[in-house]
Write a protein that binds this ligand. Structure first.
Ligand SMILES: [Zn+2]
Length: 89
């Protein structure tokens, strides 16, 4: 019996391709409006996903991918923070 693939697919805000959720870095916007890399299992708020590489972060920064996902302005400091998280993985 073939087991179906239950891993949810998520779209990277940088390259726009879909990957298994566990291959991407999850970024979360909390109820207070703060944007941060979600390292815990807290699923509240709005989430956006990005590949764990610098190229996708820079692509996201150029086209303001997180801003669109979160429907609000994301400061360049936030992009820098996400970048450092990416590089530290
Ligand atoms: Zn990507």
């Amino acid at each position: 019996m073939k087991k179906s693939n239950r891993t949810p697919k998520r779209r990277c805000v940088g390259c726009g391709k879909s990957f298994d959720q566990n291959e991407l870095l999850r970024v979360r916007k909390g109820a207070d409006g703060s944007v941060s890399v979600a390292k815990d299992g807290n699923m509240t708020g709005r989430s956006a996903y990005i590949c764990k590489n610098e190229n996708c972060l820079e692509a996201a920064r150029k086209k303001r991918g997180f801003d669109r996902s979160f429907r609000g302005a994301v400061s360049s400091e936030i992009y820098d923070t996400i970048r450092e998280e990416l590089l530290s993985i």
